[in-house]
Design a protein around this ligand. Structure first.
Ligand code: AMP
Length: 224
């Protein structure tokens, strides 16, 4: 099962992606996570990527495209993969499409979580990361996943961890606007990539506005 998931930063794409990953039991490959792991390990790739990430810009295609095309050739991807955060622009979409065609690999699902720019921005700024597990969803602006409170402080709503942090690039409005500028760009950006796939395969559009459960329910129906 080979799946792409699109959605602006803040649309709940990561959360929905984790649900899709569980359903199909394929590796959830998140470009942003790979970069952040490399940054924390201090690798060459991490050093190269950090400047772009901190500025809210895309890491250049000559670094990102081979990184992902090699990743999906690894043995854990033999039964498929879920790509999240890639492709992020038209050039990456074309590179992926051509690489898949050359290897005779089909795309089974392309999912687009649709959410307006204003709501996406608010959701990013409200995102909180749990130190125990980054996949524990916490967002101070979304009632359904609002962190719990203990002694007047927010704690993880899943495991109660008192260490909730923010990603530096989540609190920088300029960087968020840049990231959304890239996402909502229909000429060469991410929406151009989505449109590229819409011309070639069926893209499942999911409304990202309702709560996490409603979104995952409608997504599950489309995938079954
Ligand atoms: P994310 O965790 O998806 O918000 O990604 C964090 C950052 O990683 C982005 O703002 C980009 O700087 C970088 N990044 C993630 N995916 C890509 C990609 N497909 N191409 C280039 N840069 C990316």
């Amino acid at each position: 099962m080979n799946i792409l998931i699109f959605g602006p930063n803040g649309s709940g794409k990561g959360t929905q992606g984790a649900i899709v990953q569980k359903k199909f039991n394929v590796p959830h490959i998140e470009t942003g996570v790979i970069f952040r792991e490399n940054i924390s390990k201090g690798t060459d790739l991490g050093k190269k990527a950090k400047t772009f990430i901190d500025a809210g810009e895309l890491v250049p295609d000559d670094i990102t495209v081979p990184m992902i095309l090699n990743r999906i050739k690894e043995s854990d991807c033999a039964k498929g993969w879920l790509l999240d955060g890639f492709p992020r622009n038209l050039a990456q979409a074309e590179a992926l499409w051509n690489a898949l065609a050359a290897a005779n690999i089909n795309l089974d699902y392309v999912i687009e979580i649709v959410l307006d720019r204003e709501t996406s921005k608010k959701r990013i700024m409200g995102r909180r990361l749990c130190a125990t597990d980054n996949n524990h969803p916490n967002n101070i602006y979304i009632d359904a996943i609002k962190p719990a409170e203990k002694d007047g402080k927010f704690v993880c709503r899943v495991c109660g961890d008192e260490k909730l942090t923010t990603r530096a690039d989540d609190q920088d409005e300029g960087a968020i606007d840049k990231r959304h500028g890239i996402y909502y760009d229909t000429t060469t950006g991410t929406l151009a990539a989505v449109n590229f796939f819409k011309e070639r395969v069926k893209v499942l559009e999911v409304d990202g506005l309702p709560g996490v459960k409603e979104v995952s329910d409608s997504l599950s129906k489309m995938l079954s």
